[in-house]
Write a protein that binds this ligand. Structure first.
Ligand SMILES: *Cc1c(COP(=O)(O)O)cnc(C)c1O
Ligand SMILES: [Zn+2]
Length: 501
């Protein structure tokens, strides 16, 4: 829709203005604030992680929640590329970023797909998958990258930086996304990614290679790669694109804003379930709902449940202690997990989680943030079950569904609630785990054995009585071909128990 066709009273708000925002990095350790003219990842004074705040956030409260609903809903009808992705919520994500610096590669506004009756019965509650695997690099990481790279583009355009080398450590999806977005900003931005050797899937490895990034494989697990990247960011002139970079968090808040909008801003009885790895995503999800709540765009905070595998569960273990004063964070040594993108023992965003979960619960006046853990077996079983019922969930989506079943069992989720599960990536990225399940080839450390009813395999149909069958480059002709078609179709009909017409 064209701007002049919008209702008169909404027109002045449809295109966001850069005026008024005062964005700063704020340290979660010592509260120090720093300007955003340069890239900063940790507090120069105390070394703690940062979040970005708008010191003039109050101005957004001058517009009522009802008017915000109309602004976002009308904005969705605009065809301006800069406002078609995460920056539909520009005022809440990056109000200082001019629309001319925004990069949109198709990310955001991923579908919320309601589970069918069979699945709702199995889970004993109404639920949806939000398919973040339908983002351009096939994971939710594109939300944060769109924000981080739009910000870098802004710095490039202002002449504050040039020849940027963007680096990240990755369990696979961060590097796929970073390489994609960086390649769009050629020649001003180049990217290098560090991956744990043999701990990303072949599909994930193909992505940064395909985008033209420099790819390094490092021995060990993600936590080891992360330390190397941190050393690079501390000692050399590079732009760090891990979620330690607070701009990533801002972009990922769009996930919460979309959920609010998709439910007409009614968050009563809603539950949002997310897998936790480096804990950037759950940080962003909490932060997003808190901001919308503060401005009155939503009047209730949804329940948030973080889920981890038993094989990489430091956040779960921290919160298992009920007394906040007795809680003590301990990194864990991870074991192989089919939720491989979340196989992280020392999450960088843990201080953010502690800070925001506490604030979230206080704002709600009761506990609204919960954590559960699930087995590797449950992750695979639920992923395959979901996908046999119309979904395209990755293993982490399966982890969410397994987490939902666990949360129902524990009474954390009630029957009358509606649950949004985050399928953080596309199933195809993790098809190797499905293959290991179907072929019963999981190494023992995973502790996964296939359930026969979930296993699927192709059947080679070659009737024994056929002398000749076609081969590539060697087609059959005449009677041979007729016989091949007849016998093969007969055998398939027999296998499927088909009735003759
Ligand atoms: C990165 C990632 C996660 C974990 O998200 P964090 O922000 O690191 O907690 C989960 N699933 C997929 C598919 C991912 O790529
Ligand atoms: Zn500090």
């Amino acid at each position: 829709m064209k701007l002049e066709d919008f209702p008169k009273e909404i027109q002045p708000f449809v295109i966001p203005k850069q005026k008024g925002a005062e964005m700063v990095y704020r340290c979660l350790g010592c509260d120090a604030e720093y300007g955003i003219e340069k890239l900063l990842y940790t507090c120069p004074a105390c070394g703690e992680v940062l979040l970005i705040y708008d010191n003039n956030f109050e101005r957004l409260k001058k517009i009522s929640g009802k008017v915000w609903h109309r602004i976002f809903d009308y904005r969705k009808m605009l065809k301006m590329p800069a406002l078609r992705g995460i920056y539909l919520y520009h005022e809440f994500i990056g109000p200082v970023i001019p629309l001319s610096s925004v990069i949109w590669l198709g990310e955001g506004h991923t579908p919320l797909v309601q589970a069918n009756e069979i699945m709702q019965e199995k889970a004993d509650v109404k639920f949806y998958f939000k398919n973040d695997g339908q983002n351009p690099s096939a994971s939710f990481k594109d939300r944060g990258m769109a924000s981080a790279l739009s910000y870098i583009n802004f710095l490039v355009q202002k002449g504050l930086v040039s020849d940027v080398l963007a680096v990240c450590a990755s369990t696979g999806d961060t590097s796929a996304s970073a390489a994609l977005y960086a390649s769009y900003l050629k020649p001003h931005v180049k990217s290098a990614v560090l991956l744990p050797h043999k701990k990303v899937t072949p599909q994930q490895l193909s992505q940064p290679l395909g985008s033209g990034a420099t790819v390094f494989e490092i021995p060990g697990v993600f936590d080891d790669c992360m330390k190397v990247v941190e050393a690079l960011a501390e000692n050399y002139n590079v732009a760090l694109l891990n979620s330690k970079n607070a701009w990533r968090i801002l972009g990922q808040e769009s996930y919460s804003y979309e959920i609010a909008q998709d439910f007409e801003y009614e968050m009563q009885n809603k539950v949002v379930m997310v897998p936790i790895g480096n804990a950037g995503n759950i940080t962003a999800v909490m932060s997003g709902f808190l901001k919308f709540h503060e401005v009155g765009i939503i009047s209730k905070l949804p329940k948030i449940i973080g889920v981890q595998s038993e094989h990489a569960n430091p956040v779960y273990l921290y919160y298992r202690e009920k007394d906040p004063k007795k809680r003590k964070f301990e990194p864990v040594t991870v074991q192989p997990s089919c939720a491989q993108a979340a196989m992280i023992g020392n999450p960088v965003s843990m201080p953010r989680v502690i800070h925001l979960a506490d604030m979230y619960n206080r704002r709600a006046g009761k506990q609204r943030v919960f954590f559960v853990q699930v087995t590797e077996q449950a992750i695979m079983d639920w992923q395959l079950t979901a996908n046999q019922n119309g979904h395209i969930a990755c293993t982490h989506g399966g982890e969410c569904l397994a987490g939902l079943v666990e949360a129902r069992k524990q009474g954390i989720v009630r029957e009358d609630e509606e649950v949004v599960l985050d399928s953080t990536a596309h199933a195809l990225k993790f098809s190797g785990f499905q293959e290991m399940y179907f072929e019963n080839k999981f190494p023992a450390e995973y502790g996964i054995s296939p359930k026969p009813e979930l296993v699927n395999a192709p059947t080679l149909m070659r009737p024994d009585d056929l002398e000749k069958v076609p081969a590539p480059g060697k087609p059959l002709e005449g009677e041979d071909f007729r016989l091949f078609v007849k016998r093969t179709s007969e055998e398939i009909a027999k296998a499927l128990d088909l009735k003759k017409v």
